[in-house]
Design a binder for this molecule. Structure first.
Ligand code: SF4
Ligand code: SF4
Length: 191
């Protein structure tokens, strides 16, 4: 995992600097990640969904979404009409007023229900929010393009995807575990 200056006892402290580092690292690592995606398509183990689900649960336990909120800030979200109504109601706005203010070409960004790093409608949040970054859903292998998008945004997806390379014994993992990754870890330790 990318180490963080604030990391203690296995927990990963997420802050703006950490989010920037995983973004830069993921974007710079695009060729490796596409290579791994292609390998997974052909050679992923039969229990890949279980492996990914376990990694997701591991990193959900190590990362506090309340320190992050990056998905709610960065993603362009396509909510269903009932979901839009729920968010509008929570903000005491009519659906028409809400759409006029916050929906552009069918998409919401950033989500106006986000207050600081917290979802103000957490208990009633839409399904797409509940399952993000979608690592615990079936058919991981058929959703890899979406996963690659999410690793630059979400620390849970990022760390799970990096560890997955070792977990499934990707043959190029050792060779490709790049100098850049080590540089980022060192930078984090030194900061
Ligand atoms: S509804 Fe809540 S969880 Fe969903 S994007 Fe908005 S702030 Fe985030
Ligand atoms: S799901 Fe990922 S991006 Fe969203 S708040 Fe949690 S760690 Fe951050």
């Amino acid at each position: 995992m990318v180490q963080n200056p604030g990391q203690q006892g296995g927990q990963i402290t997420v802050n703006a600097e950490y989010l920037q580092r995983i973004k830069v690292f993921s974007e710079g690592n695009e060729i490796e990640n596409c290579d791994f995606r292609a390998w997974l398509k052909n050679y992923a183990p039969d229990d890949i969904d279980d492996v990914v689900k376990a990694l997701s649960q591991k990193y959900f336990a190590l990362i506090d979404c309340k320190e992050c909120g990056n998905c709610c800030r960065v993603l362009e979200l396509e909510f269903t009409e009932p979901e839009l109504r729920t968010i509008a109601k929570s903000m005491e706005q009519s659906i028409d007023e809400f759409k006029k203010r916050f929906v552009v070409e069918g998409l919401v960004k950033p989500c106006p229900a986000l207050k600081g790093n917290l979802c103000s409608i957490y208990e009633g949040r839409p399904d797409v929010c509940r399952s993000y970054p979608h690592l615990e859903k079936p058919d991981f292998i058929f959703r890899l393009y979406g996963v690659l998008d999410n690793i630059a945004i979400c620390p849970i997806a990022f760390n799970a995807f990096e560890e997955l390379k070792a977990k499934v014994k990707w043959p190029k993992y050792r060779a490709r575990r790049s100098r850049r990754m080590r540089e980022i870890e060192t930078k984090g330790d030194e900061a």
